[in-house]
Design a protein around this ligand. Structure first.
Ligand SMILES: Nc1nc2c(ncn2[C@@H]2O[C@H](COP(=O)(O)OP(=O)(O)OP(=O)(O)O)[C@@H](O)[C@H]2O)c(=O)[nH]1
Ligand SMILES: [Mg+2]
Length: 252
């Protein structure tokens, strides 16, 4: 099964991908392959990729070769993803591990909202896939921040059309703000927190989005994870991944 880690820049995709892979190997004795789809990733990755997009192109190479700035190069990289989608997908499908952990580019918007979301859809057609969306705990200090993170997650899910698990990541930073955990678990408390922020028209807007979230709350379970040692939330993440595959009848 493919497990695709998505989230805004710096939300912790690479760290969580690595932590979950280590956990799967050590605690569950599972076979794991790592896939790096980020052509802008720094030289050092915490895991050893079994498929690495940087073997084909990198952002600095595209910038130099095509005389582009960083954003132009990211857009060009997206085109290259699609032009070579079948080759890359076949190579990923050739990996024989039970768990294929897929780390995605730091710049979420061009990857998801440009045609390259088709890449993920094609990948899912070939083998069962689930997306993990990371909401950065550092960016959820207020209830209205959390609602924005959830709105983005919902938008991305609609865009890619792949079953998704929602995570507030960097949970170790939440120890000082347990309110967020309660908000995630209790939509009514979440609503009260938004109201108590008293941000005028912005509060009204946040409440409208909260209504959408409250409607979906019974079908969305949000968990918290941390890739800082000692890792946390990984067992829960694992259970949710299994539940999701069971629910769609696939226990690969
Ligand atoms: N406190 C804390 N920091 C974390 C955690 N996970 C990642 N980080 C930190 O967050 C920063 C970004 O982590 P990455 O794993 O590189 O995040 P990313 O989403 O892959 O980043 P890009 O690919 O550049 O978008 C690093 O400084 C990490 O050490 C966590 O669970 N807790
Ligand atoms: Mg990364």
């Amino acid at each position: 099964m493919n497990i695709i880690f998505l989230g805004t820049a710096g939300s912790g995709k690479t760290s969580l991908c690595n932590a979950y892979g280590l956990w799967l190997k050590k605690e569950r004795h599972e076979s794991v392959s790592f896939v790096n789809l980020d052509p802008g990733a720094v030289e050092y990755l915490p895991y050893q990729p079994d498929f690495d997009i940087r073997k084909y192109f990198t952002i600095p190479q595209i910038m130099k070769k095509e005389k582009l700035g960083p954003n132009g190069a990211i857009l060009r990289a997206n085109e290259l993803f699609l032009e070579n989608a079948d080759t890359f997908i076949n190579k990923i499908n050739d990996l024989t591990s039970d768990f294929i952990l897929i780390d995605t580019p730091g710049q979420l918007e061009p990857f998801i909202f440009k045609e390259s979301s088709l890449f993920l859809q094609k990948l899912q057609q070939k083998s069962p896939s689930i997306a993990i969306f990371l909401i950065d705990a550092e960016l959820t200090r207020y209830a209205s921040n959390l609602i924005v993170g959830l709105l983005l997650a919902i938008a991305v899910q609609i865009q890619i059309g792949i079953n998704m698990i929602y995570i507030v990541h960097k949970a170790d930073l939440l120890s000082k703000n347990l309110k967020i955990v309660k908000m995630i678990q209790n939509p009514n408390f979440f609503r009260e927190c938004i109201i108590s922020e008293q941000r005028g028209a912005l509060t009204d807007l946040a409440l409208i989005v909260h209504e959408v979230f409250a409607k979906l709350a019974s079908s969305i379970r949000i968990i918290t994870t941390s890739a800082k040692k000692p890792f946390s939330g990984l067992e829960e993440l694992h259970d949710l991944i299994h539940e999701s595959f069971c629910a769609c009848g696939d226990l690969t």
